[in-house]
Design a protein around this ligand. Structure first.
Ligand SMILES: *Cc1c(COP(=O)(O)O)cnc(C)c1O
Length: 460
């Protein structure tokens, strides 16, 4: 520790680094506040290291690290080629929008629009009226409500219908969905009281009946979207739960998570759909817009008119309202469902593409790579839905495996390359599952792999 003050004196000042040639150039292109902020962060680390006896790096090294950080912040969100085979990858933004929906969102963002006015009467309206009328038409529900995301939909329903009341939930459904989002926490935050029912693997209808009391506000069923209890396990079907709730005179809320609007070919039996949940007697159903629905981030509620009205009037509804670009994209995606074109949505195209077509894409990638590269092999693979949908349900897929000495470092170069590529890592290979890669991305993916293997930067 004796030499620490001496080491610390050798650390340059933020101002000196900002005045240096690279500092001035970076400030001119990225903005001085960003570069200054990054330098402050890096120097803080360097000072902490000096206290532990480490000599400070050269000024050039400090500058390069800070400018790299500032550059990444200034560049913003970059497009990524998703070769992970995870269709609804939350880290990569879940459902890619169809072109028409993306264009509608861009248009809504760029210009004024009739967001909350009725063009006929000139009177004030609601921003979600169009989407909600499509949702009621598509699901047969009495009413619908669109909010910012699935978590907000659940929170709003609990706050509006069960504040200071008991909410019955099976112990098998007290799940963490990801990103620290846990059902018990959201219940607590909404002001509802959690009453745990049954056990982790088995919950019976009689458990719910025994837990009902004069303070019960709601029976909640949560689709355990990112895991599956298999073996000696059971929970009552939604229809029976609905009957028990209605006998007690309380609403039955079903959080579907994934947001399948209706059953169709290629969807596993145990993935619940909004239409079947309503037919089973759910009073209110909530789900996400950007999971199996294939749309933008949104939280969708459909169900009984009086309940939806109570939610709409709750102040939380205003706090979790959707943005106009989300509204425009959602309307466009719902219009695709209304015209029977849901199979063309990118999510459903990826999920339902035939194995032969996926294999042909893998072969094309392997052939493109093989010009320069031996050790690129087409292999069967398994893609997954992800995003908390269809847990444990693999989709047969095809991948190209590229052998390399250090797969994790190659994968890291691919992530930071141009275009950025996310893939899987095996012990002796990186793996590109092409179910989630578009045809037009194949040449770019191949180029990124060449440059990553060479250790070079991709030229512009
Ligand atoms: C994903 C999910 C949510 C949260 O939805 P977001 O749109 O991510 O906010 C809530 N409940 C379940 C069961 C989910 O799977």
């Amino acid at each position: 520790m004796a030499e620490a003050p001496g080491l610390r004196r050798r650390i340059p000042s933020v101002d000196a680094l900002l005045r240096s040639e690279p500092g001035r150039r970076a400030s001119a292109s990225l903005g001085r506040p960003l570069v200054k902020h990054a330098l402050q962060g890096v120097l803080e680390e360097v000072r902490a290291m000096a206290v532990r006896g480490a000599a400070p790096p050269e000024d050039d090294v400090i500058l390069a690290r800070a400018i790299g950080m500032a550059d990444r912040a200034a560049t913003g969100l970059v497009p990524v080629i998703n070769a992970t085979g995870v269709v609804l990858h939350t880290g990569l933004g879940r459902a890619p929008l169809p072109d028409a929906a993306a264009a509608a969102a861009a248009r809504a963002g760029r210009s004024y629009g009739d967001l909350e006015v009725d063009r006929e009467t000139g009177r004030r309206g609601k921003r979600t009226t169009r989407a909600e009328s499509m949702l009621t038409a598509l699901t047969g529900a009495e009413a619908a409500l669109v909010v910012n995301n699935g978590a907000a939909a659940l929170m709003l329903a609990l706050a509006a219908l069960a504040r200071r009341k008991d909410v019955l939930v099976s112990r098998g459904e007290l799940i963490e969905i990801g990103g620290e989002f846990r059902i018990p926490d959201i219940l607590a935050a909404s002001g509802a009281r959690l009453v745990e029912v049954g056990t982790t693997n088995k919950t019976r209808l009689s458990d719910y009946r025994a837990a009902l009391s004069s303070t019960t506000g709601l029976v909640l069923k949560v689709h355990p979207s990112n895991y599956r209890v298999v073996g000696f396990a059971a929970t009552p079907p939604a229809a029976d739960l609905a009957a028990v709730a209605h006998t007690a005179g309380v609403p039955f809320l079903y959080d579907l998570g994934s947001g399948l609007l209706e059953r169709f070919h290629g969807v596993p039996e145990d993935e619940p759909a909004a239409t079947t949940a309503l037919a089973d007697g759910a009073d209110l159903v909530c789900f996400s817009g950007d999971k199996l629905l294939g749309g933008p981030q949104a939280g969708i509620l459909v169900g009984k008119g009086d309940l939806v009205e109570r939610l709409r009037r709750n102040p939380i509804a205003r706090a979790v309202r959707v943005d106009k670009m989300q509204v425009a994209a959602l309307e466009s995606v719902l219009a695709a469902y209304a015209t029977g074109k849901q199979g063309d949505l990118p999510v459903w195209r990826m999920l339902r593409e035939s194995g032969d077509d996926v294999k042909r894409r893998a072969q094309r990638l392997a052939a493109t790579l093989d010009g320069d590269l031996s050790g690129a092999h087409v292999r069967p693979s398994e893609a997954v839905v992800g995003g908390g949908s269809m847990p444990g349900y693999g989709i047969p897929s095809w991948a190209v495996e590229v052998e390399c000495p250090e797969p994790p470092s190659l994968a890291a170069r691919l992530r930071t390359g141009r275009p950025s590529v996310f893939c899987r890592v095996k012990e002796k290979a990186v793996v590109f599952d092409v179910r989630t890669v578009r045809d037009d991305e194949i040449p770019h993916l191949a180029r990124a792999v060449w440059y990553a293997l060479e250790g070079d930067d991709v030229p512009d």
